[in-house]
Ligand binder design. Structure first.
Ligand code: UDX
Ligand code: UDX
Length: 467
């Protein structure tokens, strides 16, 4: 099929390249000429596993441009532009509206392309968008007839191409059977899994293809918010239990394992740490709680998860305070700026909240990340931190370290050497990445999140009574 994708961000680019790999002819449009120029030269603009390879493999089916041009040839136009939060937490639909009107402005009468919205948008947006586009067409003297459907993405950054090729489910929200038929045709290679997997992204052995959910657009838009909100709640839940576990001398990793083995709960998204970040969870949870309020309703569990996440970032400072005694004047090294490993994305990264709070208290901050330093520098130009080129450089002279991102490189590091370069060997492991016993044996004052660091000896109760 002929596909136009508007927006070459994490979602638009991964989806566009995947569709081209599957054999569709894809034009990716982005209003940023620098992004387009780089992609035209075959250079990736974001770090995403397998992207460079797939860009090359799909090159014959892919074009990049900064102006929309004739959309008459496209059978589907996919919208994947940013949907940032407004000051009050609600969604700013400005880019989506601009893209829709641009598409409408380029239509020259039927047959019209199917407009697929991939960006995360408030429930009701597809219906609103359809009226908007058809209104614009009628205004220009054309017959209306454009359908706008909802088809949210569930791509994790860092494994976006894997998630795109082997999704758990494909969720389609439309009002007409003809729209569903077009969407099924678009995703046929994924539904049937009749493509040769790339060597760098093999198909998981037990994977048999995605489930297909076909429903109305409002339900679909809510599925996206409910999914991200639920994952956020799951993480905040385990983080609250981590605090309790710590008080009781229990271990949160073992609690999560013990819970997760129950298939009704599931083991995923139960890793305690210094809170969730990234471009989606914060934005989507605040957007959907705002939507509920607009309709005189409340999503109190999601609101609580947001509150817990806010507090969670502060525990790094509390732990440091307890270990250091005095924070003002201390030198603190931050290991990891990306909001999670295997990505260079620093949007809403918990590291920023921790850095700002420590600076407010008078600490001096050094930072290191294997991949996200350039992005961080660009997005936090005014922030006074010392950027270090290696872990060793970061550790030199530090009173304490805070591990913010669970990069494999940090796990494999030579911690003896790193410790030797520090003034005081204190580490707050905000992602429970390192082995507490090993760190303690190297002389570190090690503090994890909800982790037991001392050997627990349980006395055997002889007479009655209980905790
Ligand atoms: C975006 C949405 O923000 C998110 O809500 C949704 O779930 C998926 O799509 P992402 O791909 O991470 O997520 O966005 P971003 O990295 O900001 O990329 C958006 C791209 O669209 C940028 O490259 C930007 O230059 C481009 N864009 C934006 C346009 O081409 N035209 C516009 O009018 C606005
Ligand atoms: C998320 C959703 O997973 C994806 O489906 C959606 O389309 C976009 O938003 P992403 O933001 O790329 O994807 O990251 P994800 O892997 O979900 O992690 C989000 C945050 O949660 C990260 O900061 C991560 O460190 C944190 N996290 C995740 C935890 O703290 N504990 C966990 O157990 C899992």
């Amino acid at each position: 099929m002929q596909v136009t994708v508007i927006g070459a961000g994490y979602v638009g680019l991964a989806t566009g390249v995947m569709l081209a790999f599957l054999g569709h002819r894809v034009q990716v449009v982005d209003h940023n000429p620098e992004i387009v120029a780089a992609l035209q030269k075959g250079r990736r603009t974001i770090y995403e596993y397998g992207l460079e390879n797939m860009l090359q493999q799909a090159a014959d089916n892919l074009t990049f441009t900064s102006t929309l041009g004739d959309v008459g040839v496209a059978e589907v136009v996919m919208i994947a532009v940013g949907t940032p939060s407004r000051e009050d937490g609600a969604t700013d639909l400005g880019f989506v509206e601009k893209a829709l009107l641009e598409v409408a402005g380029h239509c020259q009468g039927p047959p019209y392309p199917l407009i697929i919205n991939k960006s995360t948008v408030p429930p009701g947006t597809a219906c609103w968008a359809q009226t908007l586009v058809n209104g614009s067409l009628t205004g220009r003297g054309f017959v209306p007839g454009v359908a706008v459907v909802s088809n949210p993405e569930f791509l994790r950054e860092g494994s976006a191409l894997f998630d795109a090729l082997y999704p758990d489910r494909i969720v389609l929200g439309a009002r007409e059977e003809s729209s569903f038929a077009t969407l099924r045709e678009l995703y046929q290679p994924l539904l049937s899994q009749q493509f040769t997997p790339p060597a760098y992204l093999p198909r998981p052995q037990d994977y048999t293809g995605p489930a297909l959910v076909q429903t109305d657009p409002v339900t679909t838009e809510l599925i996206k918010y409910a999914s991200n909100a639920f994952l956020s709640v799951k993480i905040s839940f385990i983080n609250e239990f981590a605090a309790l576990a710590e008080l009781l001398g229990a271990d949160i990793a073992q609690i999560a394992r013990g819970m997760g083995l129950d298939q009704r709960i599931g083991e995923k998204f139960l890793r305690a740490g210094l809170g969730w970040g990234g471009s989606c969870f914060g934005k989507d949870t605040s957007a959907i709680t705002q939507v509920a309020k607009k309709y005189d309703s409340r999503l109190s569990i999601v609101e609580a998860a947001i509150g817990v996440n806010h507090k969670q970032k502060k525990i790094a400072v509390t732990k440091l305070q307890a270990a250091l005694g005095t924070i003002p004047g201390s030198i603190v090294g931050i290991l990891g700026l990306a909001f999670k490993p295997d990505t260079d994305d620093v949007r809403d990264t918990p590291a920023t909240a921790v850095i700002r709070e420590l600076q407010d208290l008078g600490a001096f901050i050094k930072v290191y990340d294997p991949m996200a330093m350039d992005n961080y520098r660009k997005q936090h130009a005014g922030l006074k931190v010392v950027y270090c080129a290696s872990l060793e450089e970061l550790a030199a002279g530090c009173d304490a370290l805070i591990l913010m991102t669970e990069w494999e490189q940090f796990k494999k590091a030579d911690w003896q050497k790193i410790g030797q370069r520090m003034q005081r060997k204190i580490i707050v492991d905000g992602r429970n990445l390192l082995d507490p016993k090993e760190m303690q044996s190297l002389g570190f004052d090690y503090r994890g999140v909800g982790r037991r660091t001392a050997i627990l000896s349980c006395s055997v109760a002889v007479t009655g009574g209980g905790p």
